[in-house]
Write a protein that binds this ligand. Structure first.
Ligand SMILES: NC(=O)c1ccc[n+]([C@@H]2O[C@H](COP(=O)([O-])OP(=O)(O)OC[C@H]3O[C@@H](n4cnc5c(N)ncnc54)[C@H](OP(=O)(O)O)[C@@H]3O)[C@@H](O)[C@H]2O)c1
Length: 305
């Protein structure tokens, strides 16, 4: 009898969208504490373009001998469970796999992940919308953890890229911790940013108590922070040196199932926006990468394996 397989998008020699291949991978059974999920939706995130383009291979952060898997987050249905898991087959879940250096990813028909890293998708939230939550909403929540509670004497937070996936969630979630949020975004994004309950600017001047850098402005973002303020970047592989007494952090997202459950619930209730631009079949992964690379896309391309 032949071994069952599933389809997955990978890169062997990363060189941009044309180097993405769809291959057949043997089905693996979940071990203790693991679940096998049939993936219904997997978003295309900026990090996937960088992986497919070889940026992290060149930095020595990916050292896969044969192939590198693509995709960080997903939503789907549990189809098999390992020992010690109390999620039933048929449960709808969403989750995040972290780290660059892996031969598997979420651009695939199936994935085996620790049950502790997934959260149940609430009724009323479809799997396409749910799939866009884990990576970017968890990153934003973890950026807000690094910011902490807003000091009473200095709570002006600038979120760069506030119309983007990470920035949009930071602009919402930071308000829970007392920050007075202003979103820096393109002029055409004003309505979206104000809809998050934030102030809006298309041209920020220096002097902010804190900057959360969803637009990856890096040095230009740090220059907007007042002396002694806080900067949270999104590139842990390129942490900026501190200057002028500024506390500098760079977030590295990690799975957090209880937190993800809360973020999915807030998306289901409409309190957080669902960020879907288009749904495309897995076969069109290269076209989706090319479209995202052009910039200006709001919401995610979501692959349907
Ligand atoms: N460290 C981690 O754990 C982690 C986790 C998740 C994401 N990230 C990284 O975080 C970054 C943001 O991800 P994302 O998914 O939020 O990307 P995104 O959805 O593309 O959002 C970025 C936003 O910034 C805007 N922008 C860029 N330059 C700008 C400028 N000068 N002024 C105003 N707006 C500007 C973009 O607008 P245009 O499209 O018009 O340019 C876009 O709306 C990516 O580099 C991603 O890899 C890191």
């Amino acid at each position: 009898m032949s071994t069952p397989t599933f389809r997955a998008a990978v890169v062997r020699t990363p060189a941009g969208p044309d180097s993405i291949e769809i291959i057949n991978v043997p089905v693996a059974e979940p071990g203790p504490g693991e679940v096998r999920v049939r993936i219904a939706a997997a978003p295309v995130n900026p990090v996937d373009l960088a992986v497919a383009g070889g940026a992290f291979h060149s930095m020595g952060l990916i050292n896969q001998p044969e192939r590198t898997g693509l995709g960080w987050d997903f939503a789907g249905t549990v189809v098999a469970t390992g020992p010690g898991v109390d999620l039933a087959a048929g449960t709808r879940v969403a989750g995040l796999v972290g780290g660059f250096d892996r031969d598997f990813g979420t651009y695939a028909e199936q994935i085996v992940v620790p049950a502790a890293d997934v959260a149940v998708v609430p009724d009323g939230l479809n799997l396409v919308a749910a799939s866009t939550v884990p990576l970017n909403a968890l990153t934003a929540a973890q950026i807000v953890d690094l910011l902490g509670d807003a000091p009473t004497d200095g709570s002006r937070l600038l979120v760069t890229g506030a119309a983007g996936a990470v920035g949009g969630y930071v602009a919402s979630l930071a308000q829970d911790r007392g920050w007075q949020v202003t979103g820096l975004a393109r002029a055409e994004d004003e309505e979206f940013v104000r809809g998050l309950g934030a102030e809006f600017t298309a041209h920020a001047e220096p002097g902010w108590d804190a900057v959360a850098d969803g637009a990856v402005l890096q040095e230009r973002g740090l220059a907007l922070v007042r002396d002694g303020g806080t900067f949270v970047g999104v590139q842990p592989s390129a942490v900026l040196p501190s200057e002028r007494g500024i506390t500098v952090h760079a977030v590295t997202v990690h799975p957090d199932s209880p937190r993800l459950g809360g973020l999915l619930a807030r998306t289901a209730s409409g309190e957080l926006p669902a960020r879907v631009h288009a749904v495309v079949p897995l076969d069109q992964v290269a076209q989706a990468h090319r479209a995202v690379a052009k910039g200006g896309v709001r919401g995610r391309y979501v692959l349907k394996p």
